[in-house]
Write a protein that binds this ligand. Structure first.
Ligand SMILES: [Zn+2]
Length: 265
């Protein structure tokens, strides 16, 4: 009765030289769900699961680095030589199907040809709108909370057989993340920013992302067992982020990397 999480991609804001943008494979009782499917995720996930072995997709928000490979996946599910694959659910914020349909369309402004292409994505996927609250997805109990990010963004808490993983998605500082991650076994938390060094002129933008230190502070206040830092931007210095987080959180601490898996059991 265990849950396995595999980091397919964890590069912040855009793919890095060594891996895709945000994409995490969650497996429990033979059920496979992708949490986010950012740029590059579709290719790399095939190292860990068959292309058609995914049962559901759960998106945190509609920034390209968290959702855009759903478009490519719709092509793979629709045009297989043996015929279209059955629809699977895609959970996401309001308008997820419409937005991804527009991205897939050759000319989103053209009502005729564009409409056909937009419809294609709803033939591949059953879009389900996420709101704050708890739902069941396969064997997983999934709680969504609004995060502090410029677009509608949900952090998720996944629970199964008494074990729990919280995922911050993209967020600035927020009490909602502390609530969501309360006593979780693992917090997978974004750490996009680094703390300004003495003499840095520009302050960090507010209500957008966390620094390593802020990720550590949220983890400490939530009392999580383990903190895994993710969504570092390719230009970041990983050691600096790890050091910042370690000053605020004294539990088990690591940085996400493609191919790393961890088991909750
Ligand atoms: Zn974002």
């Amino acid at each position: 009765m265990r849950v396995r999480i595999t980091i397919v991609g964890c590069s912040g804001s855009f793919p890095g030289p060594d891996g895709p943008a945000s994409c995490y494979l969650v497996e429990a009782e033979g059920f496979r769900m992708l949490m986010d499917m950012g740029s590059g995720g579709l290719g790399a996930v095939q190292q860990y699961a068959g292309l058609y072995e995914i049962d559901a997709i759960c998106l945190s928000h509609l920034h390209a680095d968290h959702c855009l490979d759903v478009c490519g996946y719709s092509v793979a599910r629709t045009f297989h030589p043996d015929g279209p694959k059955p629809r699977i659910p895609v959970y996401g914020p309001a308008q997820t199907g419409v937005r991804l349909g527009r991205a897939l369309a050759a000319d989103p402004a053209a009502d005729d040809a564009g409409a056909d292409t937009r419809d294609r994505i709803t033939e591949a996927f059953d879009f389900v709108t996420i709101t704050a609250g708890t739902i069941e997805i396969g064997p997983l109990r999934v709680t969504a909370e609004r995060m502090n990010h410029p677009v509608e963004t949900y952090g998720y808490r996944l629970e199964h057989a008494g074990r729990s993983l919280a995922y911050s998605a993209d967020t600035g500082p927020t009490e909602a993340l502390v609530r969501l991650a309360r006593d979780a076994d693992v917090l997978l938390c974004e750490a996009s920013f680094v703390e300004p060094a003495d003499g840095d002129a520009a302050p960090l933008p507010e209500n957008l992302h966390l620094t390593g230190r802020q990720a550590g502070q949220h983890a400490a206040r939530a009392g999580v067992g383990q903190l895994v830092l993710t969504h570092l931007v390719p230009w970041n210095d990983e050691d600096r982020t790890l050091d910042e987080a370690g000053q605020a959180f004294t539990g088990a601490l690591s940085i996400a990397a493609p191919g790393i898996g961890f088991v909750l059991d």
